[in-house]
Design a protein around this ligand. Sequence first.
Ligand SMILES: [Zn+2]
Length: 202
Amino acid sequence: MIVRVPLAKRYKSGQIVPRDGIYRVSHHKHRSPHESVLTRGMRFPICKVCQDQVRFEPVTAVEPVGGTNGRNRGSLLVVDPEPAITFTLKQILEEEGYRVWAATDYSAAQRMLTQNEYDAVLADIHLEDNTAMGLLRRAINHRRPPVVMLSTDEPNVASLRAMLKMKVNYLFFKPIDLSELRSTLACMIPRRAIAMAAAGMR
Ligand SMILES: [Zn+2]
C-alpha cells in the first residue's frame, strides 16, 4: 500500500536508507535527476562519476509487505525435485513469516504459477530441461511477475549466461545458504512491492 506522505529530508550517499520507497536522485553536474527504488537498511549509493555528490529526496514511502506486524512477509513458491529440500525450506520460512507453497515437479509448479500470484519463486532448474525453461518463462512473463530465484548444484558459465539472458533475479548455489536466502528475500520482496506500487501509480 502506498503512503502518500513524502518524507521531508534530503540524504547523501553513504547514509542509511530510512524507509522503503522511491527516491529522487540528483547527481552533481553530469546527468538529469531520476528516480530510484531503495529499501530500508541499505546505504544510499555512490555514483561512479560524481562519487558521493549525489543527493536523495524521498518521493513516496511504501509500507512493508504485510503491514507492520511482520508476520506476513510475502508468498513464496519453492520448486525442487527433492521433497526433503522443499519440506525443510517450507518449515524454516513459514516460521519466519512467509507463506510457502512447494512443488516437486515443474508441471505442478506451472499450474500453481498460472492459478496464483507469488511474491517470489525459488526453483531448482536444469537449464537444458524444456519443462524447467517453460516454468521459468511463465514466471518471468507473468502479469505480475514474482521475484525469480534459481538454485543450481552445477554452476558453470553457460548456466550463468542463460540466467542473465532470462532476467532471473538471483542464483543460489546448492546447498542453499540460509542466511543468504533470508537476506535475499528480505531485500527483494519489498523491492518488488515498491516497484509494482510505483508502476500502478503512473
Ligand atoms: Zn553522478
